[in-house]
Write a protein that binds this ligand. Structure first.
Ligand code: 0WD
Length: 286
């Protein structure tokens, strides 16, 4: 029996079959879970259709375990509320919620951080950090509350788990990641405060900090350039895979991680713990 047997939840942020959210969703569904998905909304009908089609191609592989696919614009409270209403109708309560959403304009990513436009900063923060708070708040009535004994000593039934995706550029300076690094610092803080707010009901909120992976968002943020550095510097001497991130994401959304909340878990081959460039220096010793 899979660890997600009988569990249901929401996956926000699949763009295509390379998306991190898709790998986490696949792990969940392979373990018996049922998911509701969103695709990126767009005012332009043709563009929205294209966005939907890309996600449809993914979810079609799991017809039994896909409950719905609806549009989401993370900048709109109404759109978020509509997604939650659909989830309530289809699922009642949910056991897991994945937030795997980020966006910044290329024009803002390409310039020095100090040259970020005011509008671009607001846009990137709104979609990439604030949306976690908005989603948690809109979902709080459907996120399953834990059942505990009177003394809060024993968990009789586990509460829901929320997970967001972050990157090391939110903790340390990663040249090129720029405004998105600033957003990730805010996102990680949002995650911790949300973990406090929802913790009283036994609902957990965590972040997974993934190493650089080639995806639509990843390519825009320049991950192609970071990958060779990771390969030479990380203790594991390789780049992590989509599957590895999918498995840890699944673990954090499952009851297997039931004592973990307000935490950022790194899936980066150990890169973020290096204090010097390590074996990368060998290149310069020769
Ligand atoms: O190396 C990487 N790829 C890493 C990504 C390393 C560490 C963290 N991450 C993070 C990203 O910053 C993001 O938070 O993982 C998350 C998922 O990113 P991804 O899987 O790398 O990229 P992608 O497949 O592009 O999914 C992000 C999606 C959007 O894709 P596009 O490319 O269409 O913008 O976020 C969604 C959208 O589906 N999204 C939105 N959803 C609703 N409303 C919005 C929005 N306004 N904007 C973007």
């Amino acid at each position: 029996m899979g660890i997600f047997e009988g569990k249901k939840g929401l996956i926000l942020g699949v763009a295509n079959d390379r998306s991190i959210a898709w790998y986490i969703a696949k792990f969940i569904m392979d373990q018996g879970g049922v998911c509701g998905f969103t695709h990126l909304a767009d005012a332009d009908e043709a563009k929205q259709k294209k966005n939907r089609h890309r996600v449809e191609k993914c979810v079609e592989q799991y017809p039994e375990q896909t409950k719905f696919l609806v549009p989401l614009d993370a900048q709109s409270d109404q759109s978020i509320a509509e997604v939650m209403a659909t989830a309530k109708k289809e699922f009642g309560e949910i056991d897991f919620l994945l937030h795997s959403i980020a966006f910044a304009k290329l024009d803002d990513l390409k310039v020095d951080s100090i040259a970020t436009s005011r509008d671009g900063f607001k846009l990137a923060m709104d979609i990439s950090a604030y949306s976690l708070l908005a989603v948690c708040n809109a979902a709080k009535d459907i996120l399953k509350k834990a059942k505990v004994d009177d003394k809060r000593e024993e968990v009789l039934e586990a509460g829901a788990s929320v997970l967001t995706l972050t990157y090391y550029g939110g903790e340390r300076i990663v040249p090129g990641y720029n405004v998105m690094g600033i957003c990730k610092a805010a996102l990680e803080s949002c995650m911790k405060y949300a973990a406090y707010d929802l913790g009283i009901d036994g609902i957990r909120v965590n972040a997974l900090s993934a190493g650089p992976l080639k995806t639509l968002a990843g390519s825009a943020a320049g991950v192609g350039e970071f990958q060779p550095v990771y390969k030479q510097m990380a203790p594991l001497q390789r780049i992590v895979t989509h599957e590895e991130v999918g498995r840890t994401g699944g673990f954090l959304l499952s009851t297997m991680s039931d004592g973990i909340t307000a935490e950022t878990v790194h899936v980066d081959g150990g890169y973020s713990e290096m204090g010097t460039p390590g074996r990368l220096l060998d290149k310069y010793r020769a």
